[in-house]
Design a protein around this ligand. Structure first.
Ligand code: TEU
Ligand code: CA
Length: 539
């Protein structure tokens, strides 16, 4: 298998609105990112996935794009964007752009035109349908952000499709002109020297709404092959598809190098394990570590040489992992280190979400007025209408709501965590005097340095990138596996609980690689304290 740079790096995701404000308006911006490039260089990452920075009315914080070739004025200018790409490059960091092409904003000029009349040249850029005989929506498709996925347009008497908010009309990918327009736009960015694309809900572009098919439609992979040929195929770019519905079989369709589609996909099977099956993300159940092991092992082994994994705990849509599956109260740093070690020793490209490297946590709200995220706000209204208690809904938002990940980055213990000199657009987590970058950098035992060391291990040891994975049979809450490469074996042991466990292994320690505390003298019988994690080379 041919080797690529994107298999060897660690990627850092920036949510620009919340990263660093450079001009005091309370909103993170490109200038702020440039200021912090040296920090990211110190961490050791090789690429930044930048959540959308394009012109947008911000109905969904930039995931509703009104001009793909312009920068959101709150974030800066195209010159600054080019400057960011250049400054990152000086530090050997590539910029991976978010590509949101399942839908545009309703304020994109394509949609403004399309709405004008049924005969408009852009009408067919979107998905329109006549009402049913009684005037109701064409069918029962639902929006991820609650309610029907169809919105009635008075002036033309037709409905348009929006799988997200009604300000995010879905593009019609069966229209060749839509596809060509998207490819032209992608080439515009490739020419600017970017490192790749993270493709927002890319599994939806092959939808067949009249058959109620949204994900994994029949033409999906034809479109991706065509896109590859027309855009990034000739350049060695990182392309990662966001694919909520992927199984390992499906992931191979996207990422098998022979098929010339994408580098890899984000799969979400592991992050759905604390949700009740067949229900929504808001309906919770406890995580079983046994299941987590099973899911990771499946993905680690089944892709083989016919695909590539992406590895992540967090992103801008998910709650903070330490609050979710670690022990925030009693073992914040230690459980954070375990989660980092466990994930970064797996095979695939790891992604760090801003603030994860210092162990940022969820921030609870008490009322819906404190919430910014459209998904949470719409769900609140929907559940109120069907009789849920407000307190119950707020509880679900505090556990799973997207704002948990979007509170401003905590840089220092000065006011507003050093994120802004103005009024932050979203509340700063009150724990910033304790949890912040400045403090982490001063403490050699901080979580930050565990992440830094894990990134360095990946650079220094081909085993971390290329080694095979083998899950070990252990106590249910002990997650242990081996990596094998060219005659070497590394053993990874993680006690994924606040309880004590015993671990047995047939082999001897050759070298200590990394630990969050314990340095076992032998492996025959190891007493694992809460959240102990270590990696050793064994013989
Ligand atoms: O997310 C896709 C998506 O389906 C999410 O809304 C997800 O279902 C939900 O947050 C579960 O936690 C992508 C982007 O990552 C998200 O930020 C956008 O809102 C969405 O697409 C629409 O562009
Ligand atoms: Ca700003």
């Amino acid at each position: 298998m041919e080797k690529h740079w994107w298999q060897e790096v660690v990627v850092y995701q920036i949510y620009p609105r919340s990263f660093k404000d450079s001009n005091g308006d309370g909103i993170g911006d490109i200038g702020g990112i440039i200021e912090k490039l040296d920090y990211l260089k110190t961490l050791g990452i090789g690429a930044i996935w930048l959540s959308p920075v394009y012109a947008s009315p911000n109905d969904d914080n930039g995931y509703d794009i009104s001009d793909y070739e312009a920068i959101m004025s709150e974030f800066g200018t195209m010159e600054e964007m080019e400057h960011l790409i250049a400054e990152a490059k000086k530090r050997s960091i590539k910029i991976v752009m978010d590509l949101v092409v399942n839908h545009t904003s309703d304020e994109h000029h394509w949609f403004v035109e399309a709405k004008k009349s049924k005969k408009n040249a852009y009408r067919d850029y979107y998905i329109w349908s006549d009402p049913k005989a009684d005037g109701s929506a064409p069918n029962g498709l639902e929006s991820t952000f609650s309610g029907s996925a169809w919105e009635f347009d008075e002036s033309s008497g037709q409905y348009y499709l929006h799988l997200f908010s009604k300000k995010q009309p879905d593009l019609n990918w069966s229209n060749e002109k839509v596809r060509q327009s998207v490819y032209d736009m992608m080439n515009f960015w490739i020419e600017k020297g970017i490192g790749g694309f993270r493709m927002d809900v890319i599994d939806l572009i092959g939808k067949v709404p009249e058959e109620l098919i949204t994900g994994n439609g029949p033409k999906l992979h034809d479109y991706l092959k065509e896109m590859n040929q027309a855009t990034f195929g000739q350049h060695d770019l990182l392309t990662v598809g966001e694919t909520w519905g992927a199984t390992p079989e499906i992931a191979k369709l996207y990422s098998n190098p022979n098929r010339k589609e994408l580098s890899m996909v984000f799969q979400f099977e592991h992050v759905s394990l604390d949700e009740q099956p067949q229900k929504s993300k808001w309906d919770l159940r406890p995580l079983e570590v046994e299941q987590l092991k099973k899911v990771f092992a499946k993905w680690q082994t089944e892709l083989g040489n016919e695909g590539w994994n992406s590895l992540f705990w967090n992103n801008h849509d998910l709650p903070r992992i330490i609050s979710r599956w670690g022990d925030e109260k009693n073992y914040r740093v230690k459980s954070g280190k375990l989660l980092a070690i466990l994930l970064h020793l797996l095979k695939g490209t790891p992604y760090i979400y801003q603030g994860e490297e210092i162990g940022m946590t969820n921030r609870a709200v008490s009322t819906i007025e404190e919430v910014d995220d459209i998904e949470s706000i719409n769900m609140y209204q929907e559940r109120l209408n069907i009789g849920y208690e407000p307190a119950e809904i707020i509880q679900a938002i505090n556990v799973k709501g997207r704002d948990n990940a979007r509170t401003p980055m905590q840089w220092e213990d000065s006011e507003n965590a050093g994120f802004t000199k103005g009024k932050p657009w979203l509340f700063v987590n009150e724990n910033y005097p304790e949890i912040n970058v400045a403090k982490a950098l001063m403490n050699k035992d901080s979580l930050f340095y565990t992440y830094q060391k894990l990134i360095q291990l990946r650079k220094d040891n081909p085993l971390v990138v290329w080694g095979d994975f083998h899950l070990l049979k252990t106590a249910p809450e002990v997650f242990a596996y081996e990596r094998h490469y060219e005659g070497k074996t590394w053993l990874v042991v993680a006690n994924f609980t606040s309880e004590v466990n015993i671990f047995h292994y047939n082999g001897t320690i050759k070298e200590m690689i990394i630990t969050n505390g314990p340095e076992p003298a032998q492996l025959k019988e190891v007493s694992l304290m809460p959240w102990d994690a270590f990696v050793v080379e064994v013989v």
